[in-house]
Design a protein around this ligand. Structure first.
Ligand code: C5P
Length: 232
């Protein structure tokens, strides 16, 4: 179906994860016998669809070279940036000699180690013929409030609100242009928002609820529980 088009994974992994209150960036915390980032990268590699996996690593990061996966033949290392979007752009630039504008890129947070092959393949199968691309997302079960200070000033219509997950899947050339155009804009907290700024409308593809992002200390135990339940 997609013979000439290649697929690349891009993994921003240059954050510090302040909300974890840990002695090291959250991607290097231990989870079920490996670090968080090793789970993430090994699952992307195992999906068996990516030509390469470009990982953005902070230049002062002493933990990365210690990991066996850092020398895997599919891994390409790029310098991390100030914000997540800068790290993603840096990783995209690191593969510019190998990637074509029409290739697909799946950007996935290092801090989402429970990603499954089934979600990766479902996203690809859902979007591979799409003009723009899109993201895994989940509807919100909670009622959502608009607040000012500690006061509620409104209730959002949650039927129109979805939570953006990763991977987020876009064409290499379009994504690089969108992130370049948006450089320095603090509102760009995911790839889709950079494309939205260009007036494009990425699609949502319903993801699995076990694809959580490690953000707070209790998330590690939850991720371990999900991993024990996963069989794909
Ligand atoms: O902090 P948050 O959980 O939103 O970060 C999402 C992902 O972006 C993490 O995998 C983190 O390592 C990465 N990131 C990055 N460069 C930054 C900030 C965050 O690669 N400057």
């Amino acid at each position: 179906m997609h013979d000439l088009i290649k697929f690349w994974a891009v993994v921003p992994a240059a954050g510090v994860g302040k909300r974890m209150n840990a002695d090291r960036p959250k991607q290097y915390l231990e989870l079920a016998g490996k670090t968080v980032i090793e789970h993430t990268l090994l699952r992307l590699i195992k999906a068996d669809v990516f030509t390469g996996v470009a990982v953005a690593i902070s230049e002062e990061d002493p933990y990365w070279p210690e990991l066996e996966v850092s020398t895997h033949e599919k891994i390409i290392v790029a310098a991390g940036g100030k914000e997540r979007a800068d790290s993603v752009l840096s990783a995209l630039k690191s593969i510019c000699a190998m990637a074509s504008d029409d290739d697909w890129v799946l950007v996935h947070d290092a801090a989402r180690p429970c990603i499954t092959g089934s979600d990766i393949h479902f996203l690809i199968d859902s979007l591979v013929n799409d003009e723009v691309g899109g993201i895994l997302a989940l509807s919100s079960h909670d009622t959502l409030k608009n607040i000012q200070g500690d006061q509620i000033v409104g209730t959002l219509d949650r039927s129109h609100i979805w939570r953006a997950l990763t991977p987020q899947m876009f064409r290499y050339g379009l994504l690089k242009n969108a992130l370049t155009a948006a450089e320095g804009n603090p509102a760009i907290t995911d790839e889709a928002s950079a494309l939205e700024l260009l007036g494009l409308q990425p699609k949502i593809v319903e993801g699995r609820p076990d694809n959580i992002k490690i953000t707070r200390p209790e998330d590690l135990a939850l991720a371990q529980f999900y991993m024990e339940q996963q069989h794909d």
